[in-house]
Design a protein around this ligand. Structure first.
Ligand code: ZN
Length: 141
């Protein structure tokens, strides 16, 4: 990975955004990546069809924690259908390693090297898969 990308990634790892619990959350969902030992709990607060707040707790490798931190920054304020398409876009990006057409990936671009490290793909996508599970559970409510 290039230096600038590792700087962005390590910044999110050392100073995670939106880490902690939420007051009066709508739902919280747990995700695990046993391959690496990454664990995460995603807290979500909805205002109708919109994500008004999102936070996470957990522990794991730098890639998994940085990716969770980036997720919270990226998804806050989005509608549920925007969140769904953002998850698809992110997953595609992690597999291909190239920034897809459309909206910028912002800090998430720093994870582009993961495509060349297949064992780390699950680390990078853990928070996003957990978010997907949260959406499924919300839909059932
Ligand atoms: Zn990991």
């Amino acid at each position: 990975m290039s230096d600038i990308y590792s700087e962005i990634l390590l910044d999110h790892y050392r100073l995670p955004r939106n880490k902690g619990k939420l007051f009066q959350e709508t739902i919280s969902v747990e995700g695990k990546n046993p391959l690496c030992g990454d664990e995460i709990v995603l807290h979500l607060k909805l205002d109708g069809e919109r994500v008004s707040e999102v936070a996470f707790e957990g522990s794991g490798c730098a890639i998994s924690m940085a990716s969770a931190s980036m997720l919270t920054e990226d998804l806050k304020g989005r509608t549920l259908s925007e969140v769904e398409s953002r998850i698809d876009q992110f997953r595609h990006f992690i597999r291909e390693g190239a920034e897809p057409e459309g909206e910028s990936l912002n800090d998430m671009i720093s994870l582009s090297g993961v495509a060349k490290l297949p064992v780390r793909v699950k680390c990078a996508t853990l928070a996003w898969t957990t978010m997907e599970e949260a959406l499924r559970q919300v839909a059932k409510k």
